[in-house]
Design a protein around this ligand. Structure first.
Ligand code: HPA
Length: 276
């Protein structure tokens, strides 16, 4: 990621002037899951379009701002709206908000998304903790000359999704009478939904859910040394398992319906991080 550190430092200097918050936890909010910011105390928002080196998102249903505030005792920054590879952004741009959060002092990344369910035990509205991923973007945000100041050339991806954080999230859910699904997330570029044959292929390969995001940010996060928790909201059953055709509006509708539970359990998980 040659050249990135200099850009990151400019972004950090700008944001430091706009907020006194120094978050240790960062959250990337997927489509329809943005209401978490309503649970943040003393919230301040900064629009991406004002921030140096942040491009503007293009998808309906995705706001484009970062929100700083507190959940329990924990200072948090939430990215409301993310950059997708299918929007035409390169992989480094997709990973830029993650790298910004690390540079700003974040140590824990919670990344969320909407996903199609491949595991037939799943039902739309389920929340799944990501235990691992399969990168099917056919590219990688770390391609190019490496800046050793940011991370290693060949980062390890064992336990990309922190078993420790999965344990904390599971116990937060249990205390609320909720239960997470667990599973493997397959990340594809999109923007078209998968064919039925592709879903059969992914099912054979061990995927439980499929989506068009998250993998680039998590690769960058692990490279940078962040501890990661990933949560998928299953908004629909994947092609061939679902009996109806996909519609983005339906994905957003189901995510919005699940949002209350999602926000409650994520807020409880973050509050628990402050008790350590
Ligand atoms: N496929 C890919 N991405 C998705 C899906 C899906 O079925 N649902 C929500 N995001």
């Amino acid at each position: 990621m040659i050249g990135m550190l200099e850009k990151l430092e400019e972004t950090v200097a700008f944001v430091r002037q706009r907020t006194a918050s120094r978050p240790t936890v960062g959250v990337i909010l997927g489509s329809g899951l943005g209401q978490l910011v309503e649970r943040m105390e003393d919230a301040t928002a900064i629009d991406y379009c004002d921030v140096p080196h942040f491009p503007a998102p293009t998808v309906a249903g995705h706001a484009g701002r970062m929100v700083f505030g507190r959940i329990g005792k924990v200072d948090v920054v939430a990215m409301q709206g993310r950059f997708h590879y299918y929007e035409g952004h390169d992989m480094r741009t997709v990973a830029y908000p993650t790298a910004f959060m690390k540079q700003f002092g974040v140590r824990t990344l919670i990344v969320s998304n909407s996903a199609g369910g491949i595991n037939r035990d799943f039902t739309p509205g389920d929340l799944m903790l990501i235990t691992d991923h399969i990168n099917l973007f056919a590219t990688n945000p770390l391609i190019g000359l490496n800046d050793e100041r940011l991370g290693p050339r060949f980062p390890d991806m064992t336990e990309a999704y922190s078993p420790r954080l999965i344990g904390i999230a599971d116990s937060a859910a249990g205390e609320m009478g909720l239960k997470f699904r667990h599973g493997v997330y397959a990340g594809l570029s999109g923007p078209c939904y998968e064919t039925a044959a592709e879903i059969r292929y992914l099912a054979h390969g061990g995927a439980d859910a499929v989506g068009m995001s998250t993998v680039p940010e998590v690769i960058a996060a692990r490279y940078l040394g962040l501890e990661v928790l990933g949560i998928s909201c299953i908004t629909n059953m994947a092609t061939g398992i679902a009996t109806v055709k996909h519609a983005h509006e339906e994905v957003v509708r189901i995510a919005n319906e699940a949002s209350e539970r999602f926000c409650a359990v994520v807020a409880a998980t973050i509050a628990k991080l402050g008790e350590d």
